[in-house]
Ligand binder design. Sequence first.
Ligand code: AMP
Length: 543
Amino acid sequence: MKGNMSQMGLTTSMLISHAEINHGQTEIVSVDVKGSRERTNWKEVGERSRKMASALEGLGLKRGDRIGTIIPNNRSHLELLYAISGFGGVAHTINPRLFPDEIVYIINHAKDKAIFVDPSYIGFLIGHKHLLETTEHLFISGPKENEIAARMNGFKFLGDLIEEGDNSYQWPQLDEDDAAVLCYTSGTTGNPKGVLYSHKSIVIHANIVSLPDSFCISARDTIMPIVPMFHVNAWGMTYASAMVGSRLILPGPNLDGRTIIDLILQENVSLALAIPTIWEEVLERLNTNPISLPELKRIVSGGSAVPSWVIREFKEKYDVNVLQAWGMTEMSPLGTANSPLMKHNHLDNDLSITQMENAGRPTWAVQIKIIDDSGKELPRGDLEGRILVRGPTVIQRYIFEESDTVDETGWFETGDLGVLDSDGYLTITDRSKDLIKSGGEWISSIELEEIIKLHPDIYDAAVIGVKHEKWAERPIVIAEIVKGSNISESELLDFYDEKVVKWQKPDAVVFVDELPLGSTGKPIKKDLRERFGDYLIGGVGDG
Ligand code: AMP
């Protein structure tokens, strides 16, 4: 028997309508490339999104068509995301930090019909326009500078397009299972793969990130997503901010420590979200010029493990809680968020900081289980295993693939390894693709990297598993050392003494001039494994 409640689906247009009608005067600040701040509000953003949606339909774009955006976090991007998914299109947010070949690949793979590009990335599109197979419309999302040159290269302006829209356009009713947004995952393993979010998964995700035990956001917050919209909708903030009607600061393309601190202070930001690298830079800057951050209550750090000194310094020096989150593109992205339970209320400072160091607890929409190599589920406790997730915000299948990427009961293997404790707190210990299994025992490459990165002569380093005659696999360090340093291999290896058990100590250090970095700034280990995989068995390895 079916329920008798409304058949209205969960769609992105519900969120922007709610913000437009009920939080219309709440401010949205958008920062441009020159640092100028434009002030608008949810009413204007809602109105312009509807008008833009009608203009997109006027271009002949149809429901289900993919429309690319290559734009930093600003007002135009926010409006476009709502306009595209609101009329039934699919907003394909493209990461401009990818290698050009990868960008061309994903535009063609997604079959993008139109692309909206920020002026700062036009050069790339002009150079690669002839390689785009399906793109019929190219729009510049910024001011009408160099108009003639743009026209000569076939670009139109978003500002002109919106003028053709209808002010009275109303959002159509869409099926909540229709696609709304498309994001490709980072291409460190083979070609990038597209994760196609539905309206329903986006709305559910907006709900779970907003909850008190997740990021705890409300209409009383001023949120600044530093994480870009092309990283899963700024970790869901484009939608959660409308759902709760918060004030929003969109920081634009310049994300250096000083700009971030200025915005936090001058715009009274109460919650900001970014990867640990950014928070480290912000802290270093704050430490050289200490100031108080009276309005900033918490920051969210995700994407990789946040160092404990970052948590401690923010808390002790600036009274800011670092809320660690874990997730991935395939999870919309939030899986877990670190917030305390009642029993943690009276922990002393050191213990409460220790408690904040893990990846946190699952939200209601994400089930998590840990399995061993035979596929058996491990009991909660301190056993490390492979992390699997399932739920309405988790992927089922990559775009255009014929088979599901989950098992027959819906579980998705994250490629991360971890431990789930008896309260459900998850500690990420490694990624399975990086895992080194030596003589049947696991070695965490992340742990070995973290240790060697503390050495003053190391500029950057990666630890990979390479073939070994006796132990099947052994760890080696690929090291980029500080310019002018004469550090030797044995000195670096000795640095591990007393820090790890003997059998976990890497077998060798290979010095390279420059580590190959992926678009997220992490070393591309696939390349390193290909290059140095035979290093210990007398194979090539040109290190
Ligand atoms: P992406 O899909 O690009 O967002 O990358 C997701 C991956 O980043 C996860 O599978 C993890 O390997 C890593 N990651 C994300 N958050 C954390 C975290 N808090 N601690 C450790 N690793 C993380």
